[in-house]
Design a protein around this ligand. Structure first.
Ligand code: HEC
Length: 153
């Protein structure tokens, strides 16, 4: 009797484990049509600003003061600190926008605490790449100087 009970508990435990891994396994749906990695169009750079104005501007101002998220120039500073080259930074930004995750944030931890986590951007991967590229290019050396010398937001 006692043994049977223990076995029952074990089964329950195993079942709940399967449930948990099942949830996580399904929690990150991948759209196979997004994985083509198109890098052709040369008009991408000019599209960046257009995409920013359309999808990002309501939360991201260019410089301080911030709106609902860190300003674009601040993000560019942190991404240039975190990544040696643009390609890696863009990959990371794209992945972040598809599945925002505080542990992947390249901004200061205060940013997520202050603003909350960014909502996922439901855009085609190509557009996410274009706008991430544009964010990276908005780096402003003058602002970085002020940023690094105590002007913390
Ligand atoms: C509804 C508001 C909102 C919109 C719209 C929005 N963002 Fe954000 N974003 C945030 C907030 C809040 C944060 C800060 C917290 C965080 O990092 O998730 C953030 C952070 C970021 C970061 C830094 C991620 C990191 O490493 O922490 C990047 C890059 C970014 N946004 C890019 C974009 C781009 C590009 C767009 C437009 C396609 C966009 N965001 C649209 C709210 C928004």
């Amino acid at each position: 009797m006692k043994n049977k009970l223990a076995a029952g508990r074990y089964v329950l435990f195993a079942v709940s484990l399967v449930c948990i891994t099942g949830i996580y396994g399904c929690g990150v749906p991948q759209d196979p049509s997004d994985n083509k990695g198109s890098q052709s169009a040369s008009a991408e750079m000019t599209d960046g600003e257009r995409l920013y104005k359309r999808y990002c501007k309501r939360c991201h101002s260019m410089g301080p003061p911030p709106k609902f998220g860190p300003p674009v120039k601040g993000i560019a500073i942190h991404y240039r600190d975190a990544f040696a080259d643009k390609k890696k930074a863009v990959e990371h930004m794209v992945a972040f926008m598809q599945h925002p995750d505080a542990s992947l944030s390249k901004c200061r931890p205060e940013a997520v605490r202050r603003f909350g986590l960014m909502p996922a951007m439901n855009l085609p991967e190509k557009e996410l790449r274009t706008v991430s590229d544009w964010f990276w290019e908005q780096f402003d050396p003058e602002l970085k100087h002020r940023h690094d010398s105590g002007h913390h937001h």
